[in-house]
Design a binder for this molecule. Structure first.
Ligand code: UDP
Length: 235
């Protein structure tokens, strides 16, 4: 198989790293997800990864807490995941750098765009922690932002569902999956692909998003090679 994209931004949800557990990290699952990532790196694809934190904490679900503080906790959660993914990739022999949007110099590099691009050009996978570094944002928005900054060809959003549906497939057995959508469709119909901030950022910067299931981690390779999986959202 030949890669279709030269540089990708892969968004991994926190949930995907929890595997069959409802919470935390299932390291075997992380290794399983990292194997196809290594395959893509071996094919010469330049890879940036934004990781979510929902397997530990989500600011918006924090109830009575101050939202900004709750989001700070969420960003720390994404960094725990970033370190887990980096470790799994390293165990598989991949060169990795972790960069965080909030400085934690003892454990990771600070996010520096040019340095991130240089790492990717040298074949290193860059894992971005702390989302955008700002509260009230999501890691989907961080994925869109980093994709724009590093000039990624596409955002690959690996999730728990196999694409975008016209209604929730968990509750509606007749829900219809889209193969392709425009950003305007997504925004106007309020489809749950990504939050609207992330979708508009990708739309404005002409970066397509492919939403696909991480249930089979090998889908990452299929997505990179342009096989028809999931739902593609384009301008
Ligand atoms: N978060 C944030 N700013 C960002 C990205 C993330 O404050 O730019 C916080 C926010 O609290 C969020 C949590 O980190 O709920 C985890 O990220 P997200 O919910 O996007 O993770 P996912 O659902 O993808 O696992």
């Amino acid at each position: 198989m030949q890669p279709k994209y030269k540089r990708i931004l892969l968004k991994l949800s926190g949930e995907s790293l929890a595997g069959s557990k409802s919470h935390g990290i299932d390291f075997d699952k992380v290794l399983e997800i990292c194997r196809p990532i290594k395959q893509c790196a071996d094919m010469g694809v330049q890879i940036g990864i934004v990781v979510g934190g929902g397997n530990f904490w989500r600011g918006r679900s924090s109830g009575k807490m101050d939202r900004t503080r709750a989001d700070h906790m969420g960003m720390l959660a994404t960094t725990i995941n970033a370190l887990g993914v980096a470790d799994a990739l390293e165990q598989l022999g991949v060169q990795v750098r972790v960069q965080t949007a909030i400085e934690m110099r003892q454990i990771a590099e600070p996010y520096i765009r040019n340095r991130a691009v240089r790492h990717m050009e040298k074949g290193r996978v860059v894992v971005f922690g702390c989302g955008t570094g700002n509260p009230f944002f999501s890691t989907d928005t961080a994925a869109a932002l980093r994709a724009a900054e590093i000039d990624a060809d596409i955002v690959l959003k690996a999730t728990m569902v196999d694409g975008v549906y016209d209604s929730d497939p968990k509750t509606n057995p007749n829900a219809v999956k889209f193969d392709s959508l425009s950003f305007l469709d997504v925004l106007n119909r309020g489809l749950q692909v990504m939050d609207s901030t992330a979708a508009s950022l990708c739309m404005d910067n002409h970066i397509p998003i492919l939403v696909f299931s991480i249930d089979r981690p090998e889908n990452i390779v299929k997505a990179v090679c342009g096989e028809p999986i999931g739902t593609i959202v384009k301008v």
